[in-house]
Design a protein around this ligand. Sequence first.
Ligand code: GAL
Length: 316
Amino acid sequence: MISPAKIWPDDRGRHIQAHGGVVIRVEGVFYWFGEDRSPDKDPGTCPVACYASRDLMDWEFRGRVFEGRNPAGISGLWQIERPKVFHDRKRGRFVMYMHIDGQAPGHWSRYSVAEVGVAVSDTVDGTYQWVRSFRPLGKESRDIGQFTDDDGTDYLIFESRPDLAFHIARLSDDRMDVEEIVATIEAPIEGGAIVKHEGIYYCVGSHLTGWWPNANPYFTADRIGGPWAGPFDLAPPETLTYGSQSTYLLRIAGSWRTAVIYLGDVWRPYELHDSRYLWYPLEIGGGKLALKPAKGWMPGPWKVDVETGEIEYGDD
Ligand code: GAL
């Protein structure tokens, strides 16, 4: 079973380090990428770790697929957060996007560079080679999310603070650039995640409260280009999204039903390596999305049959 917000050991018995991450499926295998915040990591690096699983429950550590040794050469404090990975099927390669940030010259904030970084690999589990960093379409970009539409078009979701806007932008065919903003949600939100279900697009985000949880809103649209309706509450607001922050929406189109799973981070700002994962199936349909415990007050243990899409709930 998957136990939300608990320690989640990998095949080595260590708590999984894939914070602010993403899960993609390649030839039946799930790959989970995220920020490796291990206390024993080289402090001069911000690595991206990769884990593999066939059932979403047991994860094998595949390694640090991107070392993250200040690849953009930022002079002051710097960091890499929220890696995402797109599968470029045409070229048979994988393109990693990441939030890369640090102190821009003359700025005190360690989030004033506000760029995306790009790295590429011929295999899903690395090693990813640095390509470049840039501001998408010249705009500041902090938290990023990823979405692939039914037609294979890849989108980067990014938050741009000066515009107080949340952008959904199409990537270029080779995934090396951000080509066009197709929709903007006029709200200061981050941690963006999108899923399409029965012809409706659902977009989840988080308010700008740093590491501290808030009541995550969602928006809906009939077309990716909008108009987007919302905000609506994803979970009862007083739960602050059960202490979590959105990072990705995973869709499992099973033979029996489609499951849409919310992937959130339960951050522990003073011990980031101990941050937990709140993964839970969503109630979805007809333009409504709900993160709601099937039993009790808090999301408890559950599992999904990744072939049929069937979900089973356990007891706490
Ligand atoms: C959050 C963001 C995290 C991290 C953090 C730093 O708002 O979602 O990824 O950047 O702020 O305070």
